[in-house]
Design a binder for this molecule. Structure first.
Ligand SMILES: Nc1ncnc2c1ncn2[C@@H]1O[C@H](COP(=O)(O)OP(=O)(O)O)[C@@H](O)[C@H]1O
Ligand SMILES: [Mg+2]
Length: 258
């Protein structure tokens, strides 16, 4: 894993950490932002603002290159609301059936266990996940070879606010597993083992105001009132965002979105 800090990028771009010149030479088309993403969204639109429907070709082809041979695992990390789940889902849709999406969020501890541990008020923090379970799944996914049995991954049901086991079948013939979540690059506890189990890990980021606006809107869409949504985004979410920001330099590529 490359440890030097990635250069920041100011347009929709993916810059190879420590090698921006090389990335520019080989990927000129990544300098151009998508037209749909140019305009920052106005304050707190309801319902959720219209989604960008296609990823830049350069990102899809980078991921596509990973989906053309033996099993590879691509990570997508970033702060809450940065667009990890959206970008990862779009990549997998574009590459179907050669890629499958495995969310780190599937390893949320159950609500009852969080209550037992006294951690329900910080749901989403690193110690509210089964990090060791996530690492074990990543190992199984890396080791899975054509002809092996299906490996099942869990998902997270945002309406129930609970993880759901056995929700994502990963067929052995699928070359690329896209894993997305907050703590893929954390260097603490079991999380510290995650980065080396990924072939690449992209760090998705967007302007802070845009990120917060989308995060608050998502909390509202899933049932919080506006004040509670804002309080959660600026409270627990922001603490987690700070931790995640500290892991950015460990990414192999930074993807700046608008
Ligand atoms: N390009 C975009 N344009 C508009 N809304 C977006 C865009 N990307 C993501 N969103 C919305 O912003 C919110 C946060 O995105 P999400 O992918 O859930 O972020 P993360 O997984 O990093 O927390 C979601 O409600 C999502 O639908
Ligand atoms: Mg997400």
């Amino acid at each position: 894993m490359e440890l030097s800090p990635p250069d920041p990028v100011d347009a929709l771009a993916a810059t190879r950490a420590g090698d921006p010149a090389g990335a520019q030479t080989t990927l000129p088309e990544m300098q151009t932002p998508l037209p749909e993403m140019q305009t920052p969204l106005p304050e707190m639109q309801t319902p959720l603002p219209e989604m960008q429907t296609t990823l830049p070709d350069a990102l899809t082809s980078l991921a596509g290159a990973l989906a053309s041979g033996p099993r590879r695992v691509l990570g997508v990390a970033g702060e809450p609301g940065a667009g990890k789940s959206t970008v990862a889902a779009q990549l997998v849709t574009a590459l179907a059936p050669r890629a499958v999406l495995v969310p780190m969020d599937g390893f949320h501890l159950a609500q009852a266990e969080l209550v037992r541990l006294g951690r329900a008020d910080r749901k989403g923090a690193p110690d509210t996940f089964d990090a060791a379970g996530f690492v074990a799944l990543l190992r199984r996914l890396r080791e899975q070879r054509p002809g092996d049995p299906v490996v099942y991954a869990p998902t997270f049901d945002r309406a129930l606010e609970e993880p759901v086991a056995g929700a994502v079948p990963v067929d052995a013939a699928v070359p690329l597993v896209v894993v997305e979540g907050n703590y893929l690059l954390l260097d603490d506890g079991p999380w510290a083992q995650v980065a080396r189990l990924l072939d690449e890990c992209w760090y998705v980021e967007v302007a802070r105001e845009v990120r917060l606006e989308r995060l608050v809107a998502r909390h509202v869409a899933f049932g919080k009132d506006a004040a509670a949504a804002r309080a959660w985004a600026l409270g627990p979410d922001e603490r987690n965002a700070g931790l995640i920001r500290g892991t950015r330099a460990r990414a192999t590529r930074v993807v700046a979105l608008r």
